[in-house]
Design a binder for this molecule. Sequence first.
Ligand SMILES: [Fe+2]
Length: 396
Amino acid sequence: MAPVPVNAGNDAQNVINKPANFFYSPDAGKGDADARGADYEFAKYKPFLPDVHWNPLEEVEVVDRGLSADPTKKNLLSSASKVIDLTPTIGTELHGIDLRELTDSQKDELALLVAERGVVFFRDQELNIHQQLDLTRYWGPLHKHASTPIPREPGLEEVHVVYNDASRRPDPAGLTKQDLWHSDVSYEVQPPSTTSLKLITAPPIGGDTHWASGYALYSSFSPSFQKYLESLCAVHSAVEQADGARAAGVPVRRDPIETIHPVVRVHPVTGWKSVYVNPGFTRRILNVPKAESDSVLRILFDQIAGNLDIQVRFRWEVNSVAIWDNRVTTHAATFDFWPATRHALRTTPRGEKPLSVEAYEKQGQVAKDRQIETWKQQGVDPWIWDKSSAPRGCND
Ligand SMILES: [Fe+2]
């Protein structure tokens, strides 16, 4: 990863205006002049990297708004002109909804829909960044990222800027495509929940984002492997992201942390089990031999990136909005659009501390497998491995 030149300019606060999307798009070090100048329509939302220091995040109580939702989601869905499930496992597109106009009950129901479907897409949304912040803040206290850019306009420290233009040619030497899969800031003690991204400048083609369902990943495994995964915890680390930022000359605004999370977490609203690891930030499984940790994580990462049955791909347009539940999905961007500009703004509520199956069930509820529950609702016999009549194992 090439160092990013520091351009303090004549700003007395020693700020860096050079955008450095070092984690998502390693910079080739080609130069420090943005391709889009001051006449760019959204110049005030271009990346800004203040040299400031923030204290560690304090624990906050979060009550999921989805718990207040009408399970039928009638207030939200009756307002939509079209509801399109993009795959059986993940992704729904809602048409005819203006995100500026949602009532509180519709916001509760949207949180529930996002929790169930993993990611929900909207097109032609006119909401501005302040309205986007308000919408997301409804779902939880907003997260401030420790090292990625914020907009140049003051007062928007809770916004995460995604920006690439012709001056920032992706460097394929930095990361594999599998490495790009992540759940946002999963190293936090209270990782994000119902997260939104709005595209404000779109490339003519390319720049799609893929999401993978942690519920469906869990469902894809045999019962014995599911049980094994439920017994594990893993370390999620911000250290490499912070080191990458520093190597790029970018100030790290909050000291990086490492946090232990269960490998299978339960969504507090749906009660469904979801695999919670990602190539971006999960580094090792605890209390098992390293060879075992490496092998298990390799299986999980390979499936996240390679199992097409658990993924959805979204093609962005200007004013498209995606709202996804970072607790039960991973995602990866494509960097196939250079030299075009792609510019998006993310707002990110903090969720609860991840609940293991054991912790969830201690509350008196039984955690479920989403696929089994879906088949039951469809009135079909849930096919599971240990009911299979096909000969397998040692007799094969
Ligand atoms: Fe992300």
